[in-house]
Design a protein around this ligand. Structure first.
Ligand SMILES: *[C@@H]1O[C@H](CO)[C@@H](O)[C@H](O)[C@H]1NC(C)=O
Ligand SMILES: *[C@@H]1O[C@H](CO)[C@@H](O)[C@H](O)[C@H]1NC(C)=O
Ligand SMILES: *[C@@H]1O[C@H](CO)[C@@H](O)[C@H](O)[C@H]1NC(C)=O
Ligand SMILES: *[C@@H]1O[C@H](CO)[C@@H](O)[C@H](O)[C@H]1NC(C)=O
Ligand SMILES: *[C@@H]1O[C@H](CO)[C@@H](O)[C@H](O)[C@H]1NC(C)=O
Ligand SMILES: *[C@@H]1O[C@H](CO)[C@@H](O)[C@H](O)[C@H]1NC(C)=O
Ligand SMILES: *[C@@H]1O[C@H](CO)[C@@H](O)[C@H](O)[C@H]1NC(C)=O
Ligand SMILES: *[C@@H]1O[C@H](CO)[C@@H](O)[C@H](O)[C@H]1NC(C)=O
Ligand SMILES: *[C@@H]1O[C@H](CO)[C@@H](O)[C@H](O)[C@H]1NC(C)=O
Ligand SMILES: *[C@@H]1O[C@H](CO)[C@@H](O)[C@H](O)[C@H]1NC(C)=O
Ligand SMILES: *[C@@H]1O[C@H](CO)[C@@H](O)[C@H](O)[C@H]1NC(C)=O
Ligand SMILES: *[C@@H]1O[C@H](CO)[C@@H](O)[C@H](O)[C@H]1NC(C)=O
Length: 804
């Protein structure tokens, strides 16, 4: 490894750092969030295998126990093989998603008697041998085989090194059928002994949605072949070269077994390619991306792509707190694993536009994953946003939860809307340069906001997913106990969906202004975005606080459910998911939590709840009583909520408490599923002392957990240095002492004091040669607040905010 990396060029656009880039991959801990069942059921489901940023190929080992959403679990379980595709941090089916075409090294058996079925061939790990760095993964099995992997976007290399080599007693099993879910529905395998090439294709179930998908693989092997055969069940058929299971097939296990001779290295090297188009395409992906089988070239190319991503936040790694350094770069790493870049691999329509998978789900990612891309990586983000727009082009609606290439279930609103709105306000003027057609971006938003698909919730025989807009426009909320004549779909989550639809309409309002639409058009969506007030029932009381969001019947009467329902304090055990047994009206969250959810007009929420003091008491109670669940997205903004009541000092304390109580560098270091990098990107923002307001150029600002950092933007090629004057290392704890300087006293932008201590404009974080200085103090209390001017508080629609 080199000591330093100089300028790295990505996709033709130079990220010209002011100085030399630092070597940052050594600070990435890939095992954070890989514990089984930690933190109330989820260890994080993080994927620690080999991958480039936004890779399609994510190659890693899989365990035989569940839950195993990303295939991997630290410490527990035996290894069933190393497979080629994975998700990152998702929920969904507990057996996992993807995990296709595993290879397993088997040892110490005569060819025809080897264990081939998945539970026969699996092996435990040698404790302490799992190791990983960006672009590389290794693990050693008790059966004497060491596994290593490295990869490119659609291809990779896998190496097995056998501790003891005896000719004819060491083999490789290729598995056609066992994905993580064991959901094989049909497919085929062909082996050509002369070229040592294996072509595979199979159909499997997606992990969060009603559909199946078809994927293809290709393996080539480097060492001389000595024996081969297919297997079916537990039976090996020597010299057989093909298998074919027509769709639909269930309950089979089958594949290939291969033997080689090796040199003194005792290693077998396999090259793979993957594709969603054909096995020939999978082979050609392998040939074009790894033409020379050069392991070091592949691994160092992957590492340098990661250096490029990680160097978009530069810090003095020797000076800052080492725990924060590790959390920052590990989180930045996981923030860029998905969405997965399937460009050129779209099996459903033409391939001229970018295609991305693992939009899993936008409900999880709109809050922090996409805003982090907007800050650092708009060139990459442009491709991702273009793929969202292209989804609309071919289905009529913005995709919400694409997983395994197919539409997944809709969780809440249509939360691709705030993603597109965010792009419009930040890069609307540069959209075409970033590959996004602004007219199509706008039409995608309008169609998703106006049209009603026949089934808003899931794509099965009917074509697409979206929102229940007929009801939304008719009532100004999604009514409970209402059969929409125009749109079927589970009639659940009415209350939280209404709140999310309101935010979705705010996204359209914002995009409309950014893209130069008429003020009348913007006003229509501004008006609809205030509909969240329709669900605020002033008569409901809980724990002494009055006024909560509730479901409503079509006749306007509220349908009561206890605000505690579906919170961590719910003793009844309601179903709070998407099914018809959810009779509470909120998705994966409570009325206690969702009653705060209107980032487009928090001033309205404060007024409805009875003013600033009551609001502050209520936010305190929400945390202190235990309604907050750090690992779930609806609570992401809550530690920052005090900003809206003019008390950024309280946010500074709460953010620290939330970070250090819930995140650490251990395998159980995440409070919930990483959710496609949602948790990771949230932690990056907390560390930077920023929180993005959806579909707006405002970010709430607080005191960072670093003394200084420089943000680089891959489109504007700007470098913005943020310095904390008076930075206090004693404030980098859950409960800073009263003497700790953790409160923002002033924000200076290029030497000029900013109008607010509570928010900063996006353009000031990506502008040319910006210097941001944050002065911190130890004065707790309301003396400072957000500032004295008329624009000191963060914007709210109701108080005239979000002007352009
Ligand atoms: C493999 O077969 C040979 C010859 O039959 C036998 O001597 C040997 O014990 C077998 N090895 C194993 C590991 O089964
Ligand atoms: C490898 O061989 C050594 C020496 O014979 C032996 O001690 C060890 O157990 C063997 N390892 C495996 C995995 O068979
Ligand atoms: C499953 O795959 C088969 C074969 O590709 C296809 O015909 C069928 O429509 C798929 N079913 C679903 C529910 O996706
Ligand atoms: C695999 O084995 C099953 C069960 O013995 C059998 O029904 C099936 O025909 C076999 N399929 C192939 C392709 O060999
Ligand atoms: C497989 O092919 C090899 C090489 O032609 C031959 O030696 C061997 O006997 C064959 N095995 C069987 C079971 O047909
Ligand atoms: C064996 O290992 C050496 C040293 O790591 C390496 O240079 C050589 O290329 C390897 N040979 C093969 C065939 O992999
Ligand atoms: C996606 O892949 C395409 C084709 O290789 C490439 O041009 C583009 O830069 C990639 N985008 C990301 C975000 O990885
Ligand atoms: C939205 O428009 C309706 C109909 O014109 C009006 O009654 C309502 O007061 C408006 N709401 C807001 C928040 O402006
Ligand atoms: C709240 O309760 C009062 C008194 O019972 C009643 O008059 C009023 O209509 C209720 N408001 C709502 C929104 O249900
Ligand atoms: C509204 O509808 C609900 C549910 O059908 C019913 O319980 C309630 O009494 C109705 N309210 C009025 C004012 O009619
Ligand atoms: C909350 O405090 C801010 C700042 O002092 C003030 O502008 C706002 O009017 C207050 N809100 C309410 C509802 O009293
Ligand atoms: C860094 O911060 C962590 C978390 O508060 C703390 O435990 C640790 O002592 C700090 N390290 C140093 C070197 O100050």
């Amino acid at each position: 490894m080199h000591a330093t990396y100089t300028v790295v060029i990505l996709a033709g656009l130079g990220l010209c750092a002011a100085g030399q880039n630092q070597l940052l991959t050594p600070f990435v801990n890939l095992f954070i969030g890989t514990e089984t069942g930690a933190n109330g059921g989820s260890g994080g489901n993080a994927f620690p295998g080999a991958a480039i940023p936004h890779a399609m190929a994510k190659v890693g080992i899989d365990v035989d126990i569940t839950p195993r959403q990303a295939g991997y679990i630290s410490l527990d379980g035996s290894i069933t093989g190393i497979s080629l595709l994975h998700d990152e941090g998702t929920g969904g089916n507990t057996a996992g998603g993807y995990g296709n075409f595993p290879l397993s090294p088997v040892t110490n058996c005569n060819f025809t008697l080897c264990p081939v079925a998945i539970d026969d061939r699996k092996s435990a790990r040698v404790p302490g041998t799992d190791a990983a760095q960006p672009g590389y993964f290794t693990s050693s099995l008790n059966n004497g085989a060491k596994i290593e992997a490295t990869s490119t976007r659609r291809a990779g290399l896998i190496r097995f090194t056998y501790q003891n080599w005896t000719n004819n007693l060491n083999h490789v099993v290729v598995d056609l059928t066992n994905d993580l879910q064991r959901s094989f529905q049909g497919g085929s395998l062909q082996f050509d002994p002369s070229s040592k090439r294996v072509k595979l294709g199979g159909t499997y179930l997606q992990s969060y949605g009603p559909s199946n998908y078809t994927v293809f693989g290709c393996y080539d092997f480097q060492q001389p072949l000595t024996a081969f055969g297919t297997w079916n069940g537990t039976t090996i058929k020597p010299n057989a070269t093909s298998l074919n299971f027509p769709y639909p097939t269930t309950g089979v296990q089958a594949g290939l077994i291969l033997s080689f001779t090796v040199d003194n290295n005792r290693s077998i090297l396999a090259r793979f390619g993957v594709s969603f188009l054909s096995s020939d395409q999978a082979c050609s992906n392998a040939e074009s991306e790894i033409p020379t089988w050069d392991w070091n070239a592949v691994q160092s190319s992957s590492a340098s792509k990661w250096e490029d991503v990680l160097n978009r936040i530069q810090i003095d790694t020797a000076k800052e707190n080492s725990t924060i350094v590790e959390l920052l770069y590990s989180s930045l790493y996981r923030s860029a694993l998905v969405p997965a870049n399937l460009t050129g691999e779209n099996p459903y329509w033409d391939n001229t536009h970018p295609f991305f998978d693992a939009l899993f789900c936008s409900w999880d990612t709109f809050r922090t994953v996409h805003p982090l891309l907007s800050l650092l990586s708009p060139v990459e983000w442009g491709g991702i946003v273009s793929a969202y727009v292209d989804g609309w082009r071919h289905t009529g609606y913005i995709p919400e939860c694409r997983s395994n290439t197919k539409d997944g279930y809709v969780q809440g609103g249509s939360d691709g809307m705030p993603i597109l709105g965010d792009f419009a306000v930040k890069y609307g003027k540069n959209a075409a340069q970033l590959g996004v057609d602004p007219a199509d971006l706008w039409q995608a938003l309008v169609d998703t906001a106006e049209n009603t698909p026949p089934n808003w919730y899931t794509r099965l025989s009917i074509l697409t997913v979206g929102r229940q807009n007929t009801a939304w426009k008719l009532f100004g909320y999604i009514p409970t106990d209402y059969n929409d004549p125009l749109s079927t779909g589970l009639e659940t989550r009415e209350a939280s969906r209404s709140l999310e639809y309101a935010l979705g309409d705010f996204a359209v309002r914002q995009a409309g202004i950014a893209l130069g639409k008429s003020s009348e058009t913007a006003a229509i969506y501004a008006n609809r975005s205030m509909n969240f007030v329709n669900l605020f029932d002033p008569n409901v009381t809980s724990d002494g606080f009055t006024g909560f969001m509730q479901r409503k019947f079509p006749n306007g009467t509220f349908a009561f459910s206890d605000p505690v329902d579906c919170s961590p304090l719910d003793t009844v055990g309601h179903s709070c998911a998407r099914g018809t047994d959810n009779n509470v009206g909120f998705y994966e969250s409570s009325s206690w939590e969702y009653s705060f959810f209107a980032p487009q007009s928090m001033a309205t929420i404060i007024e409805l709840m009875g003013g600033n003091d009551t609001f502050i008491n209520r936010v305190n109670h929400y945390f202190d009583a235990g309604y907050f669940l750090a690992g779930n997205e609806p609570g992401f903004e809550m530690p920052w909520a005090y900003h809206y009541a003019n008390r950024p000092d309280l946010s500074a304390r709460r953010v620290r408490d939330v970070v250090f109580t819930n995140f650490n560098t251990g395998i159980g270091g995440l409070p919930g599923n990483d959710d496609s990098g949602a948790m990771a990107s949230l932690l990056v923002f907390h560390i930077l002392g920023l929180y993005p307001v959806p579909s707006s150029t405002q970010l709430l600002i607080g005191s960072p957990l670093l003394s200084s950092y420089t943000l680089s933007n891959d489109f504007f090629r700007t470098h913005t240095r943020v310095t904390v004057n008076g930075f206090d290392p004693t404030g980098v704890v859950a409960q800073p002492a009263n003497s700790s300087r953790v409160y923002v006293q002033s924000v200076m932008i290029n030497g000029v004091e900013a109008a607010s201590r509570c928010w900063i404009d996006f353009n000031d974080l990506v502008g040319a040669s910006n210097e941001i200085e944050i002065q911190v103090t130890n004065v707790l209390g309301d003396a400072l607040g957000c500032g004295d001017g008329p624009n000191a508080l963060p914007d709210s629609l109701a108080t005239g905010g979000f002007k352009f």
